[in-house]
Write a protein that binds this ligand. Sequence first.
Ligand SMILES: Cc1cc2nc3c(=O)[nH]c(=O)nc-3n(C[C@H](O)[C@H](O)[C@H](O)COP(=O)(O)OP(=O)(O)OC[C@H]3O[C@@H](n4cnc5c(N)ncnc54)[C@H](O)[C@@H]3O)c2cc1C
Length: 220
Amino acid sequence: MDFQFSPEDDLFRRELRNFVESELPDNWEGGGRWPEEWDWDFTMSLRKKLAAKGWLTMHWPKEYGGQSASPIKSAIYNEELAYMRAPGRDIFGVRMLGPTLMIHGTEEQKKVHLPPISRGEIQWCQGYSEPESGSDLASLATRAVLDDDEYVLNGTKIWTTLGHRADWIFCLARTDPDAPKHRGISFLLIDMKTPGIEVRPIINMAGGHEFNQVIFDNVR
Ligand SMILES: Cc1cc2nc3c(=O)[nH]c(=O)nc-3n(C[C@H](O)[C@H](O)[C@H](O)COP(=O)(O)OP(=O)(O)OC[C@H]3O[C@@H](n4cnc5c(N)ncnc54)[C@H](O)[C@@H]3O)c2cc1C
């Protein structure tokens, strides 16, 4: 197996590095441990520029607006941005929700949610962990009950990274309490502006704000 980077890979690395360096402020040292929090407007503006270059979702299939870029090219992208401690990457939308929707989503969900992710316009967060449910995620207690054609959601999520910045949350909730614990769980997509959602900050020991508690109180 040949682990050398190809000339195209090297060229891409140089182009990416030059571009990002030209976008970062002079004497950039990374904006703290959590670069995204340094300046959220800057984070989103750089994300949109990376998207406009076609890099943000370049590893996505062409049919969803990507370039079907190789894993090596994708690794170079992540390595360079991490090395420069540049904000703008997107784990929740680009790396978690997008691929999930491509495989399991309806055509409508793909049409509505994939384009804003690939344009770098939206922030998603992940609502899995709960105060009493971590590694044993199948014990989750957040409940979604169908009322006519709407789910009514009640429960609490915790450690929700970027919940205070997110536009939408993908969230696990129990929809069939009679099923075995590891079944009867649904994956719901919820607009964070929906009435009944409260986001409580969790400040870590270093004074940083990455995590949140997200409370759902009769959210429809
Ligand atoms: C940086 C970071 C970001 C995160 N962001 C998010 C997020 O955005 N959204 C989200 O939903 N969650 C998030 N989490 C939460 C993370 O997924 C949970 O921390 C994880 O699920 C573990 O749950 P817990 O913290 O309750 O630990 P616990 O499950 O209570 O585990 C505590 C300890 O007990 C051990 N343990 C647990 N069960 C067993 C067992 N059966 N046998 C032996 N040992 C066991 C574990 O290995 C661990 O050492 C984040 C966590 C971190 C660190």
